[in-house]
Design a protein around this ligand. Structure first.
Ligand SMILES: O=C(O)CCC(=O)C(=O)O
Length: 355
């Protein structure tokens, strides 16, 4: 089934090189119920910025209901789906953001921060499934943020510090349901080893993202050494990744992972993914946690609020370094292996342009 009814010519959606499948083991697995979970979470966030969470506690019945509801929605006629579009939220297809990024996908993007899912025009059963799923996955996010704090060595009384950044009533939480139908035409012979971009490369701006997909592959991550590797799909797991805001909160100790999706090729199954993005309230100050900073450690970023960051991000392209305008030591901030302990001194005035 091709769910996107208006085809877009090949030259508008970029091709990407398929990643080396042999490297798929790069994503660590963390059993959230195991005694060593905090250390394993911390290590994964420091090294690659993503891990596969098992024993996360989200009931399979919720993900099944959401997957069935989403598949039924995407199978509706295009005109019907457009009734649920409320730019920038609601239904969308091919266009990602406001600045010309495109991919071979259609999606539902919803704000879920305060109270029930706000999208009246979605089918009631899909709305209900999204609400239940979001409640469950938000709890997992909160638990993981506590494990991160523990793994970072924070004292017991401070272990709620990361969780609280996304726990306010005004929290800017988003849920995105992505549907990538198979690309409907064969690629030319000269394009072997390439695939059609489903979702272009980017880091997530928020604090934490929890991704669940069906069995269709397509997600790829960039390792700190610049290599792209595929992430094997696993519908029973949640893939947790570090967002830019968490990178700042940890002063660069955690790596916000660059990722992208290659759309399924002709004849393959559609990919369906659901991502919960835990974001802060607009007025939340995003700055390295004082509880974490060592004596003499300099902040790698100038202070900003989530609203300021979003405003800058809205003007950027998907693949831009959206933290760039806030970096005080650009080369150190990009090098996750530095772990932010020794940024160059003395601190220069911040002069980076806003995108
Ligand atoms: O659909 C996916 O698997 C990932 C999509 C993604 O990275 C996003 O929606 O930000």
């Amino acid at each position: 089934m091709v769910g996107i009814t208006v085809p877009m010519s090949m030259d508008k959606i970029p091709l990407v090189k398929c990643a080396n499948a042999a490297a798929a083991a790069a994503v660590p697995t963390v059993d959230l119920s195991a005694p060593g979970a905090a250390a394993a979470v911390e290590q994964a966030c420091r090294s690659v910025g993503i891990f596969r969470a098992i024993n996360h506690g989200v009931p399979t019945a919720l993900t099944d209901a959401l997957e069935a509801g989403a598949a039924a929605f995407f199978a509706l006629p295009h005109k019907k789906k457009l009734e649920a579009s409320a730019n920038p939220l609601g239904y969308g297809s091919k266009s990602i953001g406001r600045n010309g990024d495109v991919g071979w996908l259609e999606y539902i993007l919803l704000s879920v921060g305060s109270g029930p899912v706000a999208a009246a025009s979605l089918p009631p059963s899909l709305r209900a499934a999204l609400e239940e799923y979001t409640d469950a996955v938000r709890e997992v996010g909160a638990r993981v943020l506590e494990l991160m704090a523990e793994g970072l060595g924070l004292a017991e009384e401070n272990r709620g510090v990361l969780r609280r950044v996304v726990a306010s009533d005004e929290a800017d939480d988003i849920v995105r349901v992505n549907h990538y139908p198979p690309w409907p035409c064969p690629l030319a012979a000269g394009q072997r080893g390439r695939g059609v971009t489903g979702f272009g490369e980017h880091t997530d701006p928020q604090v934490i993202s929890l991704l669940r997909s069906n069995r269709t592959a397509g997600l790829q991550i960039m390792l700190p050494d610049g290599r792209w590797v595929p992430v094997a799909p696993d519908p029973d797991s949640l893939f947790v990744n570090v967002g830019d805001s968490l990178r700042v909160l940890t002063n660069g100790r955690f790596h916000s992972v660059k990722h992208r999706v290659v759309a399924p090729a002709e004849g393959e199954q559609s990919r369906l993914s659901v991502i919960y993005f835990g974001g802060p309230a607009p007025t939340q100050r995003i700055a390295p946690l004082l509880e974490l900073m060592r004596e003499g450690e300099l902040s790698m970023y100038r202070d900003f609020t989530w609203a300021e960051y979003k405003k800058a991000a809205y003007k950027s392209r998907l693949g831009d370094n959206r933290l760039g305008p806030f970096e005080l030591f650009p080369s150190a901030a990009q090098d996750c292996s530095s772990n932010a302990v020794q940024p160059p001194a003395p601190a220069p005035p911040h002069v980076a342009p806003v995108h």
